[in-house]
Design a protein around this ligand. Structure first.
Ligand SMILES: [Zn+2]
Length: 252
């Protein structure tokens, strides 16, 4: 394979032997890739390939194929954006870590999706600004579910298709709302505020900038967090390590 170039967001960094690291990027043109960067650690480090080696850095990267398996050699990581405001706030940092871990856990290597790349980039930019980190996390979760085809059905009953407004419950098992007549299908379905269902539906159907401006009450904000976390846990079996470190602070 010839030398490849792409923009990428750094999702994971692991040490390899004494002088190298393995980086996992979500790239715009190739989806998620893993690659080795040599000679960046230890007293004899001689890496001159750029400064974008920290988590969630937005880089221009250069990489090429190795004979073995699906790990590339990365020769250049030129920083485009370091997202300084995120690194200066422990709260923003926790949420950025959560966002990249979530993305890493739900995507497979080389599964290319430029919209997913734009979503992670837009989310990190929004998190760098004045937006509440909780709001950014909820929008990221909903848009990601939607792009991956996992979005719960929030417009009508997921069992019979009834569109009657109000009185719905949310079923993890059915992946969406259940009307009164279909409640027997899942006795563990729980109540959901109409505002929560509406927010999820609107965010999934809007572009990122518009979604970022949709306002909700504190109550809906808390319910969104609960429902999305339960849904992600239920459908993406692996529990996310960072979830447990994030305290529910700040306004939605
Ligand atoms: Zn129904």
């Amino acid at each position: 394979m010839a030398i490849q170039k792409s923009e990428g967001i750094l999702l994971r960094r692991q040490d390899l032997r004494e002088t190298s690291i393995i980086l996992t990027f979500y790239t715009k043109d190739f989806g998620k890739i893993r690659g080795i960067v040599r000679g960046v650690r230890g007293p004899r480090a001689q890496w001159t390939g750029g400064g974008g080696l920290e988590l969630f850095a937005h880089d221009d990267i250069v990489f090429y194929e190795r004979k073995r398996a699906d790990v590339y050699t990365i020769s250049q990581c030129d920083l485009i954006d370091y997202f300084n405001p995120i690194r200066e706030s422990l709260e923003k940092l926790s949420y950025a870590t959560y966002i990249i871990e979530l993305l890493d856990s739900v995507t497979a290597l080389s599964d290319k999706n430029a919209e997913v790349f734009n979503l992670i980039l837009n989310s990190l930019r929004l998190l760098s600004g004045q937006a509440s980190p909780r709001r950014v996390a909820r929008i990221f979760e909903i848009k990601l579910l939607s792009l991956l085809g996992l979005m719960p059905n929030m417009g009508c009953c997921s069992s019979c298709g009834t569109a009657t407004a109000g009185g719905f419950r949310f079923s993890l098992r059915h992946g969406g709302l259940l009307c009164k007549e279909c409640l027997a299908n899942d006795n563990q379905a729980f109540s959901i505020l109409p505002g929560t269902a509406k927010f999820m539906e609107h965010v999934a159907g809007s572009n990122f900038d518009k979604a970022a401006r949709i306002k909700v009450s504190e109550e809906v904000g808390r319910e969104l967090e609960r429902i999305l976390r339960s849904f992600l846990d239920y459908h993406i079996e692996r529990r996310l390590r960072t979830v447990h470190f994030i305290k529910d602070v700040g306004n939605f």
